[in-house]
Design a protein around this ligand. Structure first.
Ligand SMILES: C[S@@+](CC[C@H](N)C(=O)[O-])C[C@H]1O[C@@H](n2cnc3c(N)ncnc32)[C@H](O)[C@@H]1O
Length: 253
């Protein structure tokens, strides 16, 4: 099992080429969905944690939303900063671990998108990420979690998979730990005859577990969807969009 607990530091810089797997069309559709579901409009403050290379942060900022982006990989933040500058957009960027952010009631909405959740072996660390997002929201603020659905994984589990990302061939070997619900994978990236390999762990969650976790940190009005067409979550929907609201009244918290 994994030895490098901070696996993301080595993995994500190499993972960079995989961002191209999501088309502009799909990203734009997700952006429209986020705006609709989180009820955000120009001038609102939005926390994108983690923001990666700005797949979502840039188009949101382009629509007049005041975005703060958090990520742990310096090269991602640098790339995003340069793109924002070129597009004449203001995005506040902070390098931090998603467990360590410390905003208090600053944001109208926030999100953790594209399977950026469940990265920690300790369950309390994964829960901490939700707590920090909750803390960052203004009363009435909404949060979206967009993750892979454990029930779909179980129905479609494949111990090996490969795909091409530009000039890189990616091979993923997986092993599922049923005791912890953590998927352990080895990602091999092959480029110009050179191979690098990285260990990745992701705690997989079912919808009902995430509902309980959202409730435990204080979210209300929790709803989940399997697609951006608002289809219900089932073992046939690979992804989940789960949205919770921070209660307006202190007495409801
Ligand atoms: C799959 S990418 C998704 C990025 C972005 N949310 C998107 O939708 O394009 C996961 C991101 O999590 C970041 N990350 C990994 N571990 C992190 C940590 N401990 N704290 C903050 N960010 C982290 C990575 O650098 C990467 O940008």
């Amino acid at each position: 099992m994994i030895k490098n607990t901070d696996w993301w530091n080595d993995f994500f810089p190499t993972f960079r080429s995989v961002f191209y797997r999501i088309s502009k069309k799909d990203t734009n559709a997700q952006v429209r969905y986020i705006i609709k579901k989180l009820n955000i409009s120009p001038g609102n403050k939005f926390l994108d944690c983690p923001c990666g290379i700005g797949r979502i942060a840039l188009p949101l900022a382009g629509r007049g939303i005041k975005v703060t982006g958090i990520d742990i990989i310096p090269s991602y933040l640098e790339e995003l900063g340069k793109k924002a500058k070129r597009q004449d957009l203001m995005i506040k960027l902070v390098r931090n671990d998603m467990r360590r952010i410390n905003f208090k009631e600053e944001f109208d909405a926030g999100a953790n998108l594209w399977t950026s959740y469940g990265y920690f072996e300790k369950e309390s660390d994964n829960l901490l990420v939700l707590k920090k997002m909750y803390q960052a929201l203004k009363p009435g603020g909404k949060f979206m979690l967009h993750v892979i659905n454990r029930d779909w994984i179980m129905a479609n589990y494949s111990p090996r998979d490969w795909f091409q990302a530009g000039d890189i061939r990616v091979l993923e070997k997986r092993k599922f730990d049923y005791a912890t619900s953590i998927n352990h994978s080895e990602w091999c990236f092959l480029k110009e005859g050179k191979e690098t390999s990285h260990q990745v762990i992701i705690r997989m969650y079912s919808y009902h577990e995430l509902i309980a976790m959202f409730k435990s940190v204080g979210f209300v009005d929790i709803n989940g969807y399997g697609t951006i067409k608002d289809e219900p979550i089932s073992r046939d929907t690979m992804m989940m969009f789960i949205i919770g609201t921070k209660p307006r009244k202190k007495s409801d918290r």
